[in-house]
Ligand binder design. Structure first.
Ligand code: CDP
Ligand code: CDP
Length: 224
């Protein structure tokens, strides 16, 4: 299939990463999880013992660190300065800190620049919050994937490894993170005007994947 870029945005737990990975696999494209890059910075900042009162130091650390994304069997592997952090970046501590770090414009600038470089040669499926609006405004296909917060919390509950967390806590945390992502000044979470809205609340994973693949194939065939 011809090489295009696919931008997949939406709130936490909507299914972006899973859908993006499966669509990329099917098309033979490269999948890039930009949330993992913000999570990797957050991991490093926590390791350094920094907090939200130390923004200058946070930016300095982010500028020095090296993030690598490598393809793995279960999706993408993430490394920070050579250390694998693929699982570590999914903790509740990271969930609760990532949005304040992602609201720092200088950090967004650093990561957006890296993301744009990765997509230059096309054939990319990239998921995040600002891909269609800011990172790849010229992406051939843009999808804004969503679902109710209740449904997203339910999906997260099914995959959590934390025995102490409840579905209500997950829903609360998801709502809190969505609000921060939607309300920040620097490229907030918002649907691009030309993005197709897919509400997956009542849809199975394979239905969503099929719809996104159809959009890609129709575009490449010259149908839209
Ligand atoms: O997987 P989940 O939807 O929970 O989150 P994620 O995609 O891993 O993203 C984690 C956080 O990174 C988001 O809540 C945003 O604060 C931030 N993020 C962002 O600001 N811009 C992106 N392009 C991707 C993630
Ligand atoms: O990346 P994002 O935070 O948007 O979501 P995710 O990490 O892909 O997690 C979504 C979870 O919901 C995965 O376990 C999916 O298998 C499941 N799911 C889905 O993504 N879409 C559906 N229509 C139904 C379930």
């Amino acid at each position: 299939m011809g090489r295009i870029n696919v931008a997949l945005d939406g709130p936490a737990g909507a299914g972006k990463s899973t859908v993006a990975r499966l669509v990329a696999e099917e098309l033979g494209f490269v999948y890039i999880d930009t949330g993992a890059m913000y999570r990797a910075v957050t991991w490093k900042i926590i390791q350094e013992g920094l907090n939200s009162d130390q923004v200058d130091q946070v930016i300095a650390v982010a500028k020095q660190m090296q993030i690598e994304l490598k393809p793995g069997q279960q999706g993408q592997k993430v490394f920070v300065d050579g250390i694998e952090v693929t699982d570590a970046i999914r903790s509740e501590e990271i969930n609760q800190n990532v949005s304040w770090i992602a609201s720092i414009p200088q950090i967004r600038e650093l990561l957006v620049h890296l993301q744009q470089q990765m997509a230059v040669s096309k054939g990319i499926v990239m998921d995040g919050r600002d891909i269609g609006t800011h990172v790849l405004p010229d992406a051939e296909i843009k999808v804004f994937l969503t679902a109710t917060a209740k449904e997203r919390a339910k999906r997260r509950f099914q995959e959590t490894k934390d025995p102490d967390i409840t579905i209500d806590q997950l829903e609360f945390n998801i709502n809190q993170r969505d609000r921060m992502d939607e309300q920040r000044e620097a490229s907030p979470l918002i649907r691009a005007e030309d993005a197709i809205l897919l509400d997956s609340t009542e849809m199975s994973l394979s239905e969503v994947v099929t719809q996104v693949l159809d959009l890609c194939r129709t575009h490449v065939a010259g149908g839209s």
